[in-house]
Design a protein around this ligand. Sequence first.
Ligand code: G4P
Length: 536
Amino acid sequence: MRNLMEEIEKRRTFAIISHPDAGKTTLTEKLLLYGGAIHLAGSVKARKTARHSVSDWMEIEKQRGISVTSSVLQFDYDGYRINILDTPGHQDFSEDTYRTLMAADSAVMLIDAAKGIEPQTKKLFLVCHRCQLPAFTFVNKLDRYGRNPFDLMDEIEKVLNIHAYPVNWPIGIDGHYKGAYNRLKNVIELFEDDTSHGTKLLKSTTSSLDDPKIKEMFDEETYTNLCNDIELLNLAGDDFDMEKVRNGRLTPMFFGSAMTNFGVKSFLEKFLELSPAPQPHVLQNGNIIEPNNEDFSAFIFKIQANMNPAHRDRIAFMRICSGTFENGMSVYHKQSDKIIKLTQPQQFIAQERTIVEKAYPGDIIGIFDPGIFDIGDSLSDNNLKLQFEDLPVFPPEIFASVQPKNSLKRKQFEKGIKQLSQEGAIQVFEQKGTSRESYIVGVVGVLQLEVLEYRLLNEYGAELLMNKLPFSIARWIYSTNQTVIDNIKGLDNGMLVYDKKDSPVILANNEWSLNWLIERNPEVQFLKVPADLEKI
Ligand code: G4P
């Protein structure tokens, strides 16, 4: 038990959320650099021409320069075991991001100092808020001109409706900051001039604010401004309150530059100290499971096929919620009601995989999936047999009918569509009574359709014929009388299809046509997500 508690206490599992281009990849890379997991960070130029960020996996990510999949990176720092969940920044993959946040214990919100809160930052922050995740803020790109730190604080408070507590405060002139004042430790950290362009650790010296040597290093104006700023923050700002941080009402705020490494180390150290260790998880019956429960439990939040083209396998990613995972163990799989041996458990640093012998709450491991797992599945020791609460499903808003261009590739096409649907990358529907030549796919963001096309061709060798459909709304329908469903009225304003579990779904062009359908079918219930069917 003591061993389990110690392992839990030293774990930190978090996700970085940001608008694309705020510097998430760069910051992730720098955290790995400080953790010793990599020895030289790819400088921006080198990265552009020669290599890509260590968290890029799929070819399409490299081509488009965006992060599509959520990857998981693990490293150690100063006695901590850190799991970073990388989330796709592009809004078209928000479903994946949402599920990833369900597997995290806290989030780091990364903001570009020149741009402040951007649309995707806001959207993702609201998700964190709903998941009740403590959020830490890192204001990035302080090496160049940005907005005034007070302005940024104000914007966070107004736009996100959360109080902000600046932990470190930049010293100097905008774009030429010399260091930062740490308000929790009351020390100054001054950075040495650096010529490595951020590829190596940044050296710094720490001292107290009234150290005469420090005063000498600043000009009068800089020193006075700093003292005034600190006084103002202490007088008018919030007090630091850990309870409020845990409840998501206060965000500790840090300033720095992922590119030059300015403030990265002190952020990492303070973040590890303040952020929560693995938290309890809620079960479907409303009970919770504590991480220090000796019995193993985990849920699957992500499935990914063909991560490594050489292996062509499917990996199911699970977040461990309680107990100890051991290589070769067999667990109860709630959804199939079977005992399953978990094979080839792995942890990842990009394409490098290592076999996991033991893992603890907070850890994310990937296991080989022979095609039996779905996103949201629960795994646990046989004497627990528990079921975690459902992961949220986003109703699709964009629809297309797809079929293989070459009918000889039908088998590969079917396999690809099935696997990508199990990954949660697309939702698949069928029209009954038509020839099974084509499927209807539903997605949340249009980029997901591009990914579908690309992956079917590159991973399954099937070229697609894709026809966009005019629908924008899906509703799962239910009636106690099946003949009502079979004879649904008003279909000139929609289409009746069936999801992968054979539940009937209505696709409608817009709100107006949906209302038309609802009015004409008073005996039918129209539900937003399939999970609502189970609540009836
Ligand atoms: P992302 O994963 O959030 O999308 O961002 P990423 O790290 O790829 O960074 C986006 C751009 O911002 C990169 O420029 C990167 O070098 C730059 N960047 C990241 N952190 C900092 C920082 O602290 N200071 C400055 N000045 N720049 C930073 P890039 O590769 O040249 O791309 P682009 O600018 O041509 O788009």
